[in-house]
Design a protein around this ligand. Structure first.
Ligand code: NDP
Ligand code: 2IT
Length: 448
């Protein structure tokens, strides 16, 4: 199914050979390379200088042992990762994921996507990602703290405000960032706010950072709907997941007049035809760390579908906000058949290549993750700006900045898609616009 020209095909085959078994990384690379054919025709120096080969090879990959003890004194060993992928535009920047499925191939796909996403934000940030196969589910606060301390006891030597700035992702939120910040401060004897983002508001965090990915994804789709002389007003929406990104996507959709009728977790789907009660979801997930099934305890009219597939529910806007490859080709066909007009990816790479093809062929408004979910990392960069100035901005000012950033990303992707003869194809627009900026910086920096 590859649409690669001969030179890019050779590069891709080399990536496959050098990185065996890393299927998610292969998928992320192929998706970008498929957009770059016309770019290398226009700029042959990218091939001559082997810019694409260099972009596909992380600058540095760190893998380490993370030993920790549970509350009963049992010893556990997890594996920690930090992939410092590309520092052409700024210090490595990207989240940490704690989930049992984590292995090098997942961290590399996320780090690779992050390079282009961060480029699209227009902020001075390079690309990186990290995490562990640690499963925070069912662990006590003390166990999570001990794990985070052990993780940081190795990670601290690789990061810093001018070097590499981690943040949250799946399984890593304010609690984990707090424990990691505390350990970094203790080991280094430095109160270095800019070393991590997603910090608590009382100790260097930024207003709007918790809300930013979901708000940003909704702003992006709002712009895409505007191009089609449409809006969220009155639209029935689905948001998968019920974590950080899902919660603030639901909240912003409701503020813009849409109605979210379903969300999910890895166990099942909750459907509330009256519109989801986002304050209840915040209480259940952010405060009490419970499962989404418990929504029904408080709203008897809601329906819980154990092991259900959220994409079977008819909607006009779908915002996948859980994990990679959660929408396959069949799901995409179901969504389109049921009248879905727009898909905004809060999650990273939530749609399989078959699904992406369905959305592009149907010409719906499809915002790929590296464009649509860039508001999270962009607001991390705003947090870094506030830390550098020893300042903190109001919610209103920060949200306006986020909205402008998302409008600019949308415009850049749209205009690039027009320039390359495929107006409205945000996959092409995001890949090309994100790539060119990094590639030009790499050319300027010489062979490094
Ligand atoms: P959270 O840990 O807060 O929430 C994750 C949600 O997705 C949970 O509801 C979880 O359900 C569900 N989920 C996770 N893995 C799976 C899986 N394998 N199968 C089914 N459901 C799953 O993470 P975030 O909200 O932060 O992240 C969600 C997505 O957004 C990820 O793809 C992440 O990379 C992306 N993202 C996050 C950003 C951020 O700022 N946090 C920024 C940009 C993108 P359960 O509890 O059952 O596991
Ligand atoms: O995927 C992502 O962009 C994130 N998890 C957020 C990264 C960050 O540094 O804020």
């Amino acid at each position: 199914m590859s649409k690669l020209d001969e030179k890019l095909e050779t590069i891709y085959n080399d990536v496959l050979k050098r990185n065996p078994g890393e299927t998610e990384f292969h998928q992320a690379v192929l998706e970008v390379l498929e957009s770059l054919g016309p770019v290398v025709v226009k700029n042959p120096q990218y091939l001559e200088r082997k810019i694409i080969e260099r972009i596909c090879e992380p600058e540095r990959q760190i893998i380490f042992r993370v030993p920790w003890q549970d509350d009963k004194g049992n010893v556990h060993i997890n594996r920690g990762f930090r992939v410092e992928f590309n520092s052409s535009l700024g210090p490595y920047k990207g989240g940490l994921r704690f989930h049992p499925s984590v292995y090098l191939g997942i961290i590399k796909f996320l780090g690779f996507e992050q390079i282009f996403k961060n480029s699209l934000t227009g902020m001075p940030i390079g690309g990186g990602k990290g995490g562990s196969d640690f499963d925070p589910k069912g662990k006590s606060d003390d166990e999570v703290m001990r794990f985070c301390q052990s993780f940081m006891t190795e990670l601290y030597r690789h990061i810093g405000e001018h070097t590499d700035v981690p943040a949250g992702d799946i399984g890593v939120g304010g609690r984990e960032i707090g424990y990691m910040f505390g350990q970094y401060k203790r080991i280094t004897n430095r109160w270095e706010a800019g070393v991590l983002t997603g910090k608590g508001l009382k100790w260097g965090g930024s207003l709007v950072r918790p809300d930013a990915t979901g708000y940003g994804a909704t702003f992006f789709i709002n712009e895409a709907l505007k191009v089609r002389k449409d809006s969220f007003d009155g639209k029935t929406c689905l948001v998968s997941g019920s974590g950080n990104v899902a919660i603030y996507t639901i909240e912003k959709i409701h503020q813009l007049g849409g109605k979210c009728i379903a969300c999910s977790d890895s166990n099942g789907v909750i459907v509330d035809e009256k519109g989801l009660d986002v304050e209840l979801i915040k209480q259940l997930k952010e405060v009490e760390r419970r499962r989404i099934q418990d929504y029904q305890t408080y709203h008897k009219h809601a329906k819980y579908i154990a092991s259900g597939n959220i994409w079977d529910i008819p909607c006009q806007v779908a915002m996948p906000s859980a994990t990679q490859n959660e929408i396959n080709g069949k799901d995409a066909m179901t969504l389109v058949k049921n009248g879905c007009l727009a898909v905004g990816e809060g999650a990273n790479m939530p749609t399989t290549p078959e699904g992406v093809k369905v959305f592009l062929d149907a010409k719906i408004a499809y915002g790929p993750g590296k464009a649509a979910n860039a508001g999270g990392v962009a607001t991390s960069a705003l947090e870094m700006q506030q830390n550098a100035q020893r300042d903190s901005w109001t919610f209103e000012d920060t949200e306006v900045k986020l909205e402008h950033i998302m409008q600019n990303i949308h415009k850049l992707c749209y205009e690039t898609s027009e320039e390359y003869g495929a107006p409205g194809n945000y996959v092409l627009g995001a890949n090309i616009a994100g790539f060119v900026k990094v590639a030009d910086a790499m050319v300027a920096h010489g062979l490094v």
